[in-house]
Design a protein around this ligand. Structure first.
Ligand code: GLN
Length: 447
């Protein structure tokens, strides 16, 4: 813990953390040492883990990347935080992120952009950009992220990490600040697949405090990592290899496909015909849910409150005008519009129907294969500022990841080489519902 805290200090320029509290972390680390000395055991005893600042941690500032929560000290632990605690892990600090997890570059954070350790003029991806930069620069051995449309997998891809978005319902959302509740899912961001499995062992499981959590047993995700791939059917969706995919990324994925063939996997062509509609579908549904979730930030209950106002309504308005950044405001505007009485059928209802079709595409593809393989992101890391004035270009960063959230499936991004600029390329594997163990196994064999 001491060594990592020193590295965090030394690499402040990356802006990977919003909060570090060395005394608090070291106190926990000493406790872990005592437990170790007594011969006690726990899965992550003494292991420092960086937590995305979207998870409430008792007594820790928890900002979610926003000014509106810039004074919010969480009064309780998220289930994920409590589980890491119980596993003996040391909370190393709270990582920077896009405001309310809305973004693909970590540039919407109220606390400033995060730099990609592979090239500090480029973004680390988002919204879990602080976690990605922290692990990639060895400021932490492992971190958590959350993924609503790609926010674990895309930053993992852009920083050469393994990032796993579990099936919807696998990891508790209790105490994880809500963006789009039907899509949000927490997961690990690590340097190896084995580490991802170790963290998922800790994070996964039923939680009666999250009504969307599923009561299914948690297998030991490390148990079958090395199983051979003979006969495993890997589906290649033709829609994931078309226009818009960077040539160097495409090439790296081809290399991976050839390697899987050599490893004995069977490659099958599949189709996800509605995948081109996933981004527009998501940008109706996610903002709709966000506009509802974010109505709680009113300056009354907790968080930032405008200093000057004339009456209650004015206080609400000024608080929200001053407390939210431009991307969050854009989402609230889109969401309230899509949910309004006059437009509900045309937008929200239609997007819900489309969501069902996208899930159905996957169901059919999985009749022919066990795992789906493709790129994680259409490009490697882009320069800071390159897409900040063009939200649609930014939204397209998640073109291969968003449909996985809409369908509720697990997806993992793993390293797949580098482009000619020396920037990391990520490959995505998508699994059937609750089939994380197989996903990790197929990922592990490529490492
Ligand atoms: N980039 C997407 C968005 O801005 C997804 C973010 C996420 O997964 N949290 O909504």
């Amino acid at each position: 813990t001491q060594a990592f805290l020193e590295r965090i200090e030394k690499h402040r320029n990356l802006n990977a953390f919003i909060t570090v509290d060395p005394e608090r972390s070291l106190t926990r680390a000493r406790k872990a040492d005592e437990r170790l000395a007594r011969g006690e055991n726990a899965p992550l005893l003494g292991v420092p883990v960086a937590q995305k600042d979207i998870f409430c941690a008792d007594g820790w500032l928890t900002t979610c990347g926003s000014k509106i929560l810039s004074n919010f000290t969480a009064p309780y632990d998220a289930t994920v935080i409590a589980k890491f605690d119980a596993a003996g892990a040391v909370l190393l600090g709270k990582t920077n992120m896009d405001e309310f997890a809305m973004g693909s570059s970590n540039e919407t954070s109220h606390y400033g952009p995060v730099r990609n350790p592979w090239n500090t003029d480029t973004v680390p991806g988002g919204s879990s950009g602080g976690s990605a930069a922290a692990v990639a620069a060895a400021l932490a051995p492992a971190a958590t992220g959350t993924d609503t449309g790609g926010s674990i997998r895309q930053p993992a891809a852009l920083t050469n990490l393994t990032g796993l978005k579990p099936s919807y319902g696998r990891v508790s959302r209790y105490g994880m600040i809500a963006f789009a509740s039907s899509l949000d899912q927490g997961g690990p961001m690590t340097r190896t697949v084995e580490d991802a499995a170790l963290l998922l062992n800790v994070m996964a499981g039923f939680d009666p405090r999250d009504s969307t959590s599923l009561d299914r047993p948690v297998p030991d995700y490390t148990a079958h990592l090395d199983r051979d791939l003979k006969g495993v059917r890997i589906g290649l969706p033709k829609e994931y290899f078309g226009e818009g995919l960077n040539a160097e990324v495409a090439k790296a994925i081809e290399v991976a496909v050839a390697e899987y063939k050599r490893l004995g996997a069977e490659l099958v062509d599949v189709s996800l015909p509605n995948s081109g509609l996933a981004v527009p579908c998501y940008y109706v549904l996610a903002p709709a849910e966000a506009s509802s979730n974010l109505s709680r930030y009113d300056g009354v209950r907790y968080g930032y409150r405008a200093r000057e106002y004339t009456d209650l309504i004015d206080m609400y308005e000024r608080t929200r005008a001053e407390g939210f950044g431009p991307e969050v405001k854009r989402r609230i505007m889109i969401g309230t519009y899509a949910l309004s009485a006059g437009y509900y059928d045309a937008y929200y209802l239609k997007a819900q129907k489309l969501r069902r079709l996208i899930a159905e595409d996957f169901r059919q593809a999985f009749e022919q294969c066990d795992v789906i393989l493709g790129p994680t992101s259409p490009t490697t890391a882009f320069r800071i500022g390159a897409k900040t004035d063009d939200p649609v270009a930014m939204y397209l960063s998640d073109i291969y990841t968003i449909s996985v959230n809409l369908a509720g499936l697990p997806g993992i991004s793993i390293p797949a080489g580098f482009d000619s600029q020396g920037l990391p390329i990520g490959m995505q594997l998508i699994g059937q519902y609750f089939d994380e163990a197989r996903l990790l196994n197929v990922a592990q064999r490529y490492q």
